[in-house]
Design a protein. Structure first.
Length: 131
């Protein structure tokens, strides 16, 4: 039987590496931080096109078409964010609920004076989708 010598590790300097678990925790935290910074930057740099103000009659025509054809619409509101940019459009289906002061859209009442522009969205046919 061959006799083996005992192996000893003697560090040649004072550097001590982090434990394995600590490396992973730091890597995940840095990824979340850098992703959050990128998302904030993208949101701050997004500038929506300001569409022209529509009259109440034009808004009614679009809403009537959307309701009768069951077509999706995009509503641009007269709201601005903290940077002064116009907010994103609200997209969905109009259910036909409205009164003299507001319309009901996606679970909230929107006053007529808050609506800047409404446009009908064209839906893609399943046969036109790319494979």
């Amino acid at each position: 039987m061959v006799k083996r010598t005992k192996k000893h590790f003697i560090p040649y300097n004072e550097y001590e590496d982090r434990r394995f678990g600590m490396k992973w925790a730091t890597a995940f935290a840095m990824d979340e931080l850098s992703q959050g910074i990128k998302d904030n930057y993208d949101q701050a740099m997004q500038v929506n096109q300001v569409l022209p103000q529509m009259s109440r009659q034009d808004i009614d025509v679009c809403l009537q078409q959307a309701f009768t054809r069951h077509q999706a619409i995009a509503i641009q509101l007269n709201h601005r964010d903290a940077y002064g940019h116009i907010e994103n459009e609200v997209v969905g289906y109009f259910t036909g609920q409205a009164n003299g002061q507001a319309l009901y859209f996606k679970g909230q009442w929107i006053a007529w004076s808050e609506i800047r522009h409404i446009r009908l969205l064209k839906e893609k046919k399943w046969s036109d989708l790319e494979k």
